[in-house]
Design a protein around this ligand. Structure first.
Ligand code: F0G
Length: 459
């Protein structure tokens, strides 16, 4: 790459396009009311720029579409499976790779085997489905991110790091009840912040000294490896795939949603070294996902992922990816909109607690902001705050650690002018933030309430 010029461009050109549908403010006002003020209930065609998630929403490449033509749909032992397995092991050389239809299926299988009442699972910060699957098994999910990770404004290069002291203390007291220690890279619920290689080594060492398995929740492993490459001493000369392999070598297994960094529209896996555990997990897999050489995926999905994994670790792509997320975050920051800093890998997180300080946590400031962004500019975002995490296992409701609104950037999907539009809308909503109402929840499901809860504004 020519280092003379500083403009970061998309390292691809557009090959096929999808139309976006324009709506009026009146139409959006009607649509969000019909949706019970829950963005998950909107019809996607009523959304202009969809930043709800970066999961399964990326654009596949020409080479992925070509690979799909090689999909072999044999029930067992398909060549597509062997290509997929080899691509996974190239980066994550675990002994067993167990394919699943997405990340939470891997989580459900693992925690149904190793979880259960009386057990405790530490993580830097559990993602919502991970926490839900730990808790559904009867175990406790404990978040041990470093203190800087709880404060939206504190600058730290690796704000997703695990608090190693807290982990060691917990293992001293409870190692016998801890079936696995997890580390989420990057730390999605804590602002998409990376974990340093030094921290991963530290977690690995502590876990090994207590004989407790160490697993990665590695959905955004390539973005995390890029941050290590850019920010950690001694790492800038290494290949991204080399950094990824070292990360894998420090762990005993992983769960994966291939809908993120590997550019899948669907897919995931569970990988691990322990033969006994792998056997138990495969038995669970056969019950609900499918035979161990497809696990809920078609041959063509496996092909698309095998190719996507190769593209995920390309430096030109990762440089563009991380810089284009920062482009949005830096612009909002410069306009005075409070955002989690430094800017994470896959998303910009607006600090709704700071921006809507007039709305108490139990009136969901993040939800209030997300609704306003939709009504104002047709942008769909996602609350990561008390709506998502407020309901406690004992049935009470408590404020979450942070009230964030996540603007997640689908991979290779939107151009800079789309993002310029987002900057304009968010900045304009932020100017009128003091006029936004809080919300009350009028319908609440039992688990993962943020997906289907309904709200109404408080007059
Ligand atoms: N772990 C992390 C860190 C995640 O971000 C996700 C999904 C999962 C596990 C579960 O994977 O969706 O394939 O079952 N995150 C998406 C998001 C949904 O919007 O952040 P899945």
């Amino acid at each position: 790459m020519d280092q003379t010029f500083t403009t970061i461009i998309e390292p691809f050109r557009i090959h096929s396009v999808e139309p976006l549908r324009m709506t009026t403010a009146e139409e959006r006002s009607f649509a969000i009311e019909q949706a019970g003020f829950n963005l998950f209930n909107l019809h996607a065609e009523d959304v202009l720029i969809d930043l709800l998630t970066d999961s399964g929403t990326g654009a596949m490449s020409r080479d992925q579409w070509a690979a799909i033509q090689h999909g072999d749909e044999s029930y067992a032992g398909s060549p597509s499976w062997f290509r997929f397995e080899a691509a996974v092991k190239e980066l994550f050389p675990f002994r067993h790779v167990i394919p699943t239809h997405q990340g939470r299926a891997a989580e459900r299988i693992l925690f149904s085997v190793v979880g259960g009442p009386g057990k405790l699972v530490p993580n830097n910060t559990h993602f919502d489905t991970t926490r839900a699957n730990v808790e559904f098994s009867g175990a406790e999910a404990r978040d041990l991110v470093i203190p800087e990770g709880h404060d939206a404004a504190t600058i730290h290069p690796f704000k997703g790091n695990m608090d190693l002291g807290a982990l060691e203390t917990l293992l001293q007291e409870r190692a016998a009840t801890i079936p696995v220690v997890f580390l989420t890279i990057t730390n999605n619920s804590g602002g998409g912040q990376p974990v340093s290689l030094a921290n991963i080594r530290g977690v690995s060492e502590i876990c090994r000294s207590y004989g407790v398995p160490f697993f990665l929740d590695a959905c955004r492993f390539a973005e995390n490896a890029w941050f290590i490459h850019e920010r950690e001493e001694g790492q800038s000369q290494r290949d991204i795939s080399d950094i990824v392999r070292e990360i894998a070598s420090l762990a005993d297994g992983m769960t994966m949603s291939a809908k993120k960094d590997p550019f899948g529209n669907i897919g995931g896996w569970l990988a691990l070294n322990d033969d006994d555990l792998a056997e138990k997990c495969r038995n669970m897999l056969i019950l609900t996902e499918g035979f161990p050489t497809y696990g809920g995926l078609t041959g063509r999905d496996l092909e698309a992922l095998a190719q996507g994994l190769k593209e995920a670790v390309q430096p030109d792509y990762l440089r563009y990816r991380i810089r284009s997320t920062a482009y949005l975050g830096d612009a909002l920051d410069a306009a005075g909109v409070p955002v989690v800093k430094p800017i994470g890998g896959h998303a910009v997180y607006v600090d709704a607690k700071a921006l809507l300080s007039h709305i108490p946590p139990l009136q969901y400031p993040g939800q209030a902001l997300a609704v306003a962004l939709y009504k104002s500019g047709g942008i769909r975002s996602c609350e990561i705050g008390t709506v998502m995490f407020g309901r406690q296992p004992d049935g009470t409701e408590a404020p979450a650690a942070m009230e964030l609104v996540r603007l997640a950037i689908p991979r290779r999907t939107y151009t800079q002018s789309h993002i310029d539009y987002v900057i304009e809308v968010v900045t304009s909503v932020a100017k009128d933030a003091a006029s936004l109402p809080g919300y009350r929840m009028v319908r609440e499901p039992q688990a993962l309430r943020h997906f289907t809860a309904q709200f109404e504004p408080i007059a």
